[in-house]
Design a binder for this molecule. Structure first.
Ligand code: RP5
Length: 165
């Protein structure tokens, strides 16, 4: 296992699944577990230790509401932890964002935007790419496709605007 994804509830999965898909596309071995900092604290600690022993180099932890999961994971490992705030509940992820990003000095969590599962996966891939040329090559291709896609959209818009003249 190279990346361990932990989600605070199965209700988070639809928003986190794009991260798993992207890592799979990059050929990165990823395990996903539902474990909560509040509801299953002991199992959460146990898994982080097991995952680290199994070779996990990066953790992605996703949670909504009072999202303590990424911080609780970071407290148990020196591997980089990427926190993904999930838009759940009446505050739609703003509570989770502040909770995840405002870690006390000494235990960092790299926080991405609310529901931005894709950026969490890309950040994990970029960390792994530092020591894996295949993942680095996959990232080069990903950026190239992204650039081509935006330029194509620009050409399409220019075409439509020309047609309106
Ligand atoms: C958080 O509480 C979870 O990460 C989820 O985003 C939110 C709601 O959980 P459920 O009540 O849907 O299980 O801990």
């Amino acid at each position: 296992m190279e990346v361990a994804i932990i989600i605070g509830s199965d209700s988070d999965w639809p928003l986190v699944a794009p991260a798993w898909e992207l890592l799979k596309d990059f050929g990165i071995e990823t395990e996903v577990r539902v474990l909560s900092a509040h509801r299953t604290p002991a199992a959460c600690v146990e898994f982080v230790q097991e995952a680290e022993a199994a070779g996990a180099k990066v953790f992605i932890a996703a949670a909504g509401l009072a999202a303590h999961l990424p911080g609780a994971v970071a407290a148990q490992t020196r591997r980089p932890v990427i926190g993904l705030p999930v838009a759940a509940g009446p505050l739609q992820g703003q509570d989770a964002l502040y909770s995840i990003v405002q870690m006390p000095p000494g235990v960092p969590v790299a926080t991405v935007g609310i529901d931005n599962a894709r950026n969490a996966a890309l950040l994990a891939a970029e960390i792994l790419a530092l020591s894996d040329p295949d993942i680095d090559a996959a990232l080069v291709q990903y950026r190239r496709r992204q650039t081509e896609n935006v330029l194509m959209k620009d050409r399409q818009l220019q075409g439509r605007l020309e047609g309106d003249k």
